[in-house]
Design a protein around this ligand. Structure first.
Ligand code: FES
Ligand code: FES
Length: 154
């Protein structure tokens, strides 16, 4: 079986995978980082978003071996003692209901703000098109991302 090595949330990790193992399976099943969710497995929902070398990626669309040598950040890697400002903004603006979509929403939102520090509501809605909330909490999610962007800039 191939061996894959990458840096996940600041730690070097190595594991044996099958060549067909998806990155999300490696993160959840091998590393037990179960904050990255699987909502569809067909690249529709965005629940599996993680950051690879600074860009948010749907980890169900990528093989684990394709992340060889990459810097990977999952939702577990964001809080550094305190919650990340984007996580606080989701909490404070009621940007989550069941929470299933939230890790992917937060990861995507942070990537948006890295690329566009002051996103408009239209920018946020367009960016999050690939992230589906089955609780349909989009209004508060957009509010949360706006607040999170402001907090990240301060
Ligand atoms: Fe990856 Fe839905 S599980 S996009
Ligand atoms: Fe339930 Fe989004 S909060 S799926």
């Amino acid at each position: 079986m191939p061996t894959v090595s990458m840096n996940v949330n600041g730690k070097a990790v190595t594991g044996e995978v099958e060549s067909r193992t998806l990155l999300v399976q490696f993160l959840r099943d091998t590393l037990r980082l179960t904050g990255t969710h699987v909502g569809c497995d067909t690249s529709q929902c965005g629940a599996c978003c993680v950051t690879i070398d600074g860009n948010s990626v749907k980890s169900c669309t990528m093989l684990a071996v394709q992340a060889e040598g990459a810097e990977v950040t999952t939702i577990e890697g964001l809080a550094d003692g305190d919650l990340h400002p984007m996580q606080e903004a989701f909490r404070d603006n009621h940007g989550l209901q069941c929470g299933f979509c939230t890790p992917g929403m937060v990861i995507s939102a942070i990537d948006l703000v890295a690329k566009n520090p002051k996103p408009s509501e239209a920018d946020i809605r367009e960016w999050l098109e690939g992230n589906i909330c089955r609780c349909t909490g989009y209004h508060n999610i957009v509010k949360a991302v706006k607040a999170g962007a402001a907090a990240m800039g301060s």
